[in-house]
Design a protein around this ligand. Structure first.
Ligand SMILES: Cc1cc2nc3c(=O)[nH]c(=O)nc-3n(C[C@H](O)[C@H](O)[C@H](O)COP(=O)(O)OP(=O)(O)OC[C@H]3O[C@@H](n4cnc5c(N)ncnc54)[C@H](O)[C@@H]3O)c2cc1C
Length: 400
């Protein structure tokens, strides 16, 4: 049986980022993936390093560091990640969202995000085809994007150069701690030994954590996306609406019945080949990855409402992915206090693409016994071991 320093469970963007950075630090790393790399959420999502959607505080600080790491990866990994900084705008066409958005932007600015409010005239300069119904918009010139598939491929190649190994179609079915190391069993019956195990299994993370008696409440939150045919760019930036921020952080404020059911927030971004990705929903429907006509109509209607120019553009396909959402709304990053050597990196909900570099860096620092670049105690899985009353989420505290 081969002995590894670290076994990473999950070949999504979080697992591969962590494995690559550990291999870079000379750890002998094995990634176990139940299917193929990107077969989970990292292969069925948007592509944004969206700073503006992050809660002011730790999530935004993590996103700012991640952005810098992506810039370095684009330069150093030796493959094109299709990193691009197009900037982002959050369009507000509902009067009642104005106070909320103004507060949100003010808090983000206080953390150091370069974000401003634009009036109608300034909006038109950047988005000449936007509907007259848009009252104001935010603008952040630093919102960026990458191509998740290219990142996964690049991390795998770069990691392999440092000796990282990947075993595909290796579903972990059991974990057992033997004195000072872990024995990891996969479905075929093969076993691997490692000093450290990292659970980066996305929406399946609860299942892995249960194997060591840790209850991490990760639930899949479905997001549906429409893909347009490739077209010329319709504006300078990618765009969202204020419902997107509401659906993500304070969904109980959704008013209209369909919006409530689908928890719809508009998102529109241009891929490097010229297709637009338009979404999306935030639905709790278990592990169902099908797309629905109701969501298709609701997303398409909103697209044409905000950008009437799209009424003659063809939708060529739809897809859905499952965001790994933790019940308390926070990411889960750290070591289980009851199981030395068992680390968790999950619960990134709609932020995992943006936060993959910094998450991998933080887990690597923890494993190497170094001071972390940010204080992340609040993300520790220790919170699920505590008998104390659970801390209220941002939403429950009514912060916004
Ligand atoms: C519609 C949509 C749009 C999104 N847009 C964005 C965006 O623009 N920007 C952004 O930052 N984020 C976005 N996200 C969120 C982002 O995609 C996720 O947060 C991220 O992909 C999660 O990565 P992960 O590695 O944790 O999970 P995954 O990619 O799901 O990886 C987990 C892996 O673990 C494997 N696995 C599970 N169980 C086992 C087992 N027992 N044994 C072995 N392997 C196992 C799975 O097969 C899977 O490959 C979006 C998500 C959706 C659904």
């Amino acid at each position: 049986m081969t002995f590894y320093d670290v076994v990473v469970i999950g070949g999504g963007i979080i697992g591969l980022s962590t494995a690559f950075q550990l291999a870079q630090r000379k750890k002998k790393v094995l990634v176990l993936e139940q299917f193929d790399i990107g077969s989970g959420t990292s292969g069925a999502c948007d592509h944004m390093i969206l700073l503006q959607s992050k809660l002011p505080g730790l999530p935004l600080r993590m996103a700012l560091l991640s952005l810098e790491m992506y810039k370095a990866w684009q330069r150093d990994l030796g493959e094109n990640l299709w990193f691009e900084t197009r900037g982002g705008m959050i369009l507000v066409d509902k009067e009642e969202h104005l106070p909320f958005m103004e507060r949100f932007v003010a808090e983000q600015r206080s953390i150091g995000l370069n974000v401003t409010m634009l009036d109608r005239k300034q909006i038109r300069k950047k988005q000449p085809f936007v509907s007259e119904r848009v009252l104001v918009s935010t603008y952040c010139p630093d919102d960026s994007q990458i191509d998740p598939f290219s990142v996964l491929k690049a991390l795998l190649s770069a990691g392999s150069r440092y000796g990282m190994e990947l075993k595909k179609f290796s579903r972990v079915v059991a974990l057992e701690r033997n004195s000072d190391h872990w024995r990891v069993q996969v479905q075929s019956g093969d076993e691997y030994e490692a000093q450290i195990v990292v659970c980066a299994a996305g929406v399946w993370s609860s299942e892995i954590c249960k194997m060591v008696g840790l209850e991490v409440p990760i639930k899949p939150k479905r997001g549906q996306i429409l893909v347009t045919e490739p077209i010329d760019s319709v504006g300078d930036t990618d765009a969202w609406d204020s419902d997107y921020i509401i659906a993500k952080h304070v969904s109980h404020l959704q008013k209209d019945e369909t919006a409530k059911r689908l928890n719809l927030g508009f998102a529109m971004s241009r891929t490097h080949p010229g297709n637009y990705l338009v979404g999306s929903t935030r639905e709790y429907v278990g592990f169902d990855r099908s797309t629905t006509l109701e969501a298709f109509i609701a997303i398409a209607k909103r697209l044409i409402e905000l950008f009437p120019i799209f009424k003659n553009v063809r939708i060529i396909r739809t897809f859905a992915g499952l965001r790994p959402a933790c019940e308390d709304g926070k990411y889960v990053i750290g070591e289980d206090p009851k199981n030395p050597g068992f680390f968790v990196a999950t619960g990134h909900e709609g932020d995992g693409i943006a936060l993959a570099p910094i998450t991998g860096a933080l887990v690597t620092q923890l494993i190497c016994g170094e001071k972390t670049s940010l204080t992340i105690d609040e993300l520790s899985p220790a919170r699920f071991r505590s008998s104390k009353k659970k801390e209220q989420s941002t939403v429950e505290r009514g912060r916004f």
